[in-house]
Ligand binder design. Structure first.
Ligand code: MTE
Ligand code: MO
Length: 393
């Protein structure tokens, strides 16, 4: 597929999204940000798949640090399991001194905290890959930031007591199913639970078992009654409907970190398949949106979001001429590790015609958003700079 045709596909998807938003919502007289021209109220989510339900955020409509729950993307591999708060139990077993099961009340008593954490699907931006990669074709909106309330995973592990042999914690969701819609080597051997592991050090450092999102009980789609939140890692690590933790004495090779959600890392120059973990430094333009018409000659406020893993966004550059020249954007003061940072740049005098916008983020660890796609990342971890065409009239 040529660059041209993939760009027009995106534009069509954007127009479909905004057309359905316009049909469903009355036009607001004023927009959320005084600097943006008026547009429809926050739209419903875009349906990427209906069974199971996979829903994308309309990124161009995001204009707040915390993403409201009704606008937060949903990524589920299997049907939402129906779980009853009263009979729900979390089981912890494996390399522990005492295998235990905990009720939600027992979990809540382990020391509540609230963190603001961004989740980004490892496949976010997949629609831009060329050649097209396997998986759901997310545009910009497989990402969001929410306030999560729960207890540290470390507190739960402490209750069970880790043996000296403990190396990883595997988190299992209650959801289960088969993956068959791919060629044989990528199918599951019968039904599996959605599961991911992390090293014990990560589990003890900052992973959270959350029962609230944005101050309210988790919704079924987002993992009711209990989910993991793994700060700084791609979303697949944040297991929803979490009902089982197995501590192991060796790395886990489950389906969702080998055949899926894995990328090639070069070791001694040779590719080694590794589970996807840490978020890459990335920024995305929210407005003007791809294909949007802006006013020629009038100052245009370009705004967006930038994020990274276990670091801080220190700079976002914006180009209005397809990457020939770059200008520093203004970073918002609100700067929370493992959430995102809002930014804007005022483009003083757009001339009539087509323009290609770009943005590029830097972090405190010295990482820079790459200009080129790295094919070793297979079908995920999509963070390279993307051109965004707008029209000034
Ligand atoms: N049990 C379970 N947990 C899961 C998933 C899943 O399918 N089942 N999807 C993962 C993926 S790939 C992502 S990106 C995030 C999305 O979380 P959200 O649906 O709350 O946005 O959940 C993760 N946790
Ligand atoms: Mo994901």
């Amino acid at each position: 597929m040529s660059q041209e045709s993939s760009a027009s596909l995106d534009r069509r998807q954007w127009m479909l999204a905004s057309a359905s938003a316009a049909a469903a919502m009355p036009l607001l007289a004023t927009s959320a940000s005084a600097d943006d021209p008026p547009r429809p109220a926050p739209s419903p989510l875009i349906v990427r798949q209906s069974t199971p339900e996979n829903l994308e955020t309309v990124f161009a409509n995001l204009d707040s640090f915390v993403t409201p729950t009704p606008s937060f993307y949903v990524r589920s591999h299997f049907a939402v399991p129906s779980l009853d708060e009263k009979t729900f139990r979390l089981r912890i077993e494996g390399e522990v001194d005492r295998p235990i099961t905990l009720t939600l009340d027992e979990i809540r008593r382990l020391g509540e905290r609230t963190v603001t954490v961004l989740l980004e699907c490892a496949g976010n931006g997949r629609v831009f890959l060329n050649p097209q990669a396997a998986g759901l074709l997310w545009d910009y909106g497989g990402v969001g930031t929410a306030e999560w309330t729960g207890v540290p995973l470390s507190a739960v592990l402490e209750r069970a007591g880790l043996k000296k042999t403990a190396v990883e914690a595997i988190l299992y969701g209650a959801d289960t199913g088969e993956i068959k819609a791919m060629p044989n080597p990528f199918q599951t051997p019968g039904p599996v639970h959605f599961a991911r592991s992390m090293p014990i050090a990560k589990a003890q450092r900052d992973a959270l078992l959350a029962y609230k999102m944005n101050g309210a009980e988790l919704t079924p789609a987002h993992g009711f009654p209990l989910r993991a939140i793994v700060p700084g890692w791609y979303g697949m690590a944040s297991i929803k409907w979490l009902d089982r933790i197995v501590v192991t004495d060796r790395p886990f090779n489950g389906y969702f970190q080998t055949l899926e959600y894995a990328y090639f890392e070069r070791r001694h120059g040779e590719p080694v398949l590794m589970p996807v973990t840490e978020l890459q430094v990335k920024s995305t333009i929210a407005r003007p949106a791809r294909g949007e018409t802006i006013q020629a000659g009038a100052a245009c406020r370009i705004r967006g979001f930038a994020w990274t893993s276990d670091s801080e966004i220190t700079r976002v550059e914006v180009s209005t001429d397809g990457g020939r020249s770059w200008n520093n954007a203004q970073l918002a003061e609100q700067n929370v590790q493992n959430a995102w940072r809002m930014w804007h740049y005022v483009w003083q005098n757009p001339t009539a015609g087509r323009h290609t916008l770009m943005c590029r983020a830097h972090d405190r660890r010295g990482r820079v958003q790459p200009m080129e796609r790295d094919p070793d990342r297979r079908n995920g971890m999509i963070s390279h700079v993307l051109p965004q065409e707008v029209i000034a009239r």
